[in-house]
Design a protein around this ligand. Sequence first.
Ligand SMILES: [Zn+2]
Length: 293
Amino acid sequence: MIIPMHELLKEAKKGKYGVAAPNVFNRETIEACFLAAKELRAPIILDVAGVHGIYECADIARFYERRYPEVPVALNLDHGGPYEDIVNAIHAGFSSVMIDRSQSSFEDNVKETSEIVKIAHACGISVEAELGHVGQAYEYDKTRDSGLTRPEEASDFLKQTQVDCLAVAVGTSHGVYQGECKIDFPLLDTLAAQIEQPLVLHGGSGSGDENLRKTIEHGIQKVNLNTDLVMSGLDRIQASCKNNFEIKVPAGVNMDEFTTKRMNMQQLYALGADGYKEKLMHYMKLFKSNGRW
Ligand SMILES: [Zn+2]
């Protein structure tokens, strides 16, 4: 069932585990998430970016919600940018929205986030905001330190905005890291000690299993994942294709009966979804969210 995100995260905080929040963008990835969650009895958060189709993804998620009503799932708008996107997500039936004003001034971040909180809470929907700024991994050496969340701002931000969970910048980054991911665990400890609301880690991919396991021990409840999952899907596609997408014929299979030896799109999507799902399940187990329902 699709439920407000703060309910999933409150349970995670109580149980000291992390919930995987994969980016989804089509039927295959949404189905893979439901299947992974069902197989491992893990809660899951579907993160949808505005560019990937707010209404489309909401409808697909509701289709799988009806098929697998036992799966506890939150549908969250990832990095909500334009005001219209955020309102559309609420209208489309999302159970959570992120408003990302992490590159605005503290005052503007507070002001615009508070406005969304007022609307979302009136509809029973959770809000995630970001304080500090999680940058892009290709410029990690330039942005890692400048974006770190400042603990002296955090309590004030939460009091003023009343958000349900907070994305913090503690050294991770989006995409493929240039160099090695360095997480500031003392900073995370300071934030976790003073913040009651669940904490969100963006840029989980490529951060390393040991780092991610530790961030959960140190107070993270939601881990956003994209790059590692889609790379795993692409690896699966690549491994199953020869040049020019000819099917690699399994031993003992007589291909003469087929009209074509070329891989078709359906097979490619299915292979991609398999790789995506496998990596997602790896992370669900790493975050100790399996067996929670
Ligand atoms: Zn992010």
